[in-house]
Design a protein around this ligand. Sequence first.
Ligand code: MV4
Length: 446
Amino acid sequence: MFKKILIANRGEIALRVIRACRELGISTVAVYSEADRYSLAVKYADEAVCIGPPPSKESYLNIPRILAAAEVTGADAIHPGYGFLAENTNFAEICATSGITFIGPSPAAINAMGDKALAKETMRKAGVPVVPGSDGVISEVKLAKKIAEDIGYPVIIKATAGGGGRGMRIVREAGDLETAFRTASAEAESAFGNPAVYIEKYLEEPRHVEIQVMGDQFGTVLHFGERDCSVQRRHQKLVEESPSPAVTTKIREAMGNAAIKGSKSVKYVGAGTIEFLLDKNKNFYFMEMNTRIQVEHPVTEEVLGVDLVKTQIEVAAGKRLDKAKPIPEGHAIECRINVEDPNHDFRPSPGKITAFHFPGGHGVRVDTHAYDGYEIPPYYDSLIAKLIVHSSTREEAVEKMYHALDEFVIEGVKTTIPFHRKLMKNDRFRSGKFDTKFIETFDFKD
Ligand code: MV4
């Protein structure tokens, strides 16, 4: 097992990793920017090293400084959390050549899944269902036109370097294809330095359902069921739950097996997520693979009773996965509490927390780095807490969430708590029959 892990992250996930390390008897190193000097990660870790000024580029994305911190403290592994360097092939490679274990999959697996067209090709070859479209990237508008005629409109043009909704164009008729192709490609070039795009059939109103996978160094890959993340706004997830109200035992098994096949084809090690689009006819298609622990991992942990962060550290250290599949129990929901104003287009609302009280009780979990008097820096993302509830049925979980949200007090900044309270009372949400377009039509303003 590792002796010392450096956490190359901040916020709630840094605390989550520190806690897992403590339980495993591993000492911890927090790295922090000047804006995070008074963070709980700095307080809770055994050691802390300042790695630079507030902007991410100069601190949490600064590879030489993070590696220097690992070297001076003698850390033998780095946990990247999510975001920042978690899916950076170059970083994973440099860790390896520096003799430090990167807690995650191989650089080759990160790279293959980071290029979206390559990821799709890799999955298709492994026998995972993919959306009909081009084989890989296309450089000619003429070819794009031909493919669109073949598969039929509407189609969607996606940047291969994109992901998470950036660099996409929906095209509903042939006359709009050329402009969309050129603007998508130009946008991809300026955003990612890579103009390559691919094209596929556009599915109307799909659900976003993802499978949690875990692989060890001996070729075993397990799936830990699905999470439904259809409640999103501008590609930002707001609520996640498990199981999905739309997934039957049969679909779960098929999706889980597809996810395992796809993961094995890239010799996947560690925690990963395969995202699928689930259409109205309950056909599912590979969308993207995330090669990291995700924000929403706790809903899976609550339903299965497993600690995914401890498990990912253990497999990185060479432990074998226990092949006995954990049995899912009940229903879990996570609400992301962001410091944003839902009444003003979810604009960020950083500042000082003047009162902080969080809910508790049976089946209530709060993952947060906030505290009374905490000054939220404006430089990073606005997630301040994750409220997770677990109950025996979805109905009970929704009810528990409503009351837990009611108990949550955060003063001094605007948060998404009022949005979530309205959502828990919404008939469409309560029915479980919603898709990724639902939030666009949901009236949540005061
Ligand atoms: C799609 C799609 C419909 N058809 N692809 C959005 C994020 C990026 N990862 C891919 N996305 C989509 N790809 C096809 N062929 C619809 C979306 C999409 C979406 C997907 C999941 C969750 C929310 C979404 C919101 C808008 C569009």
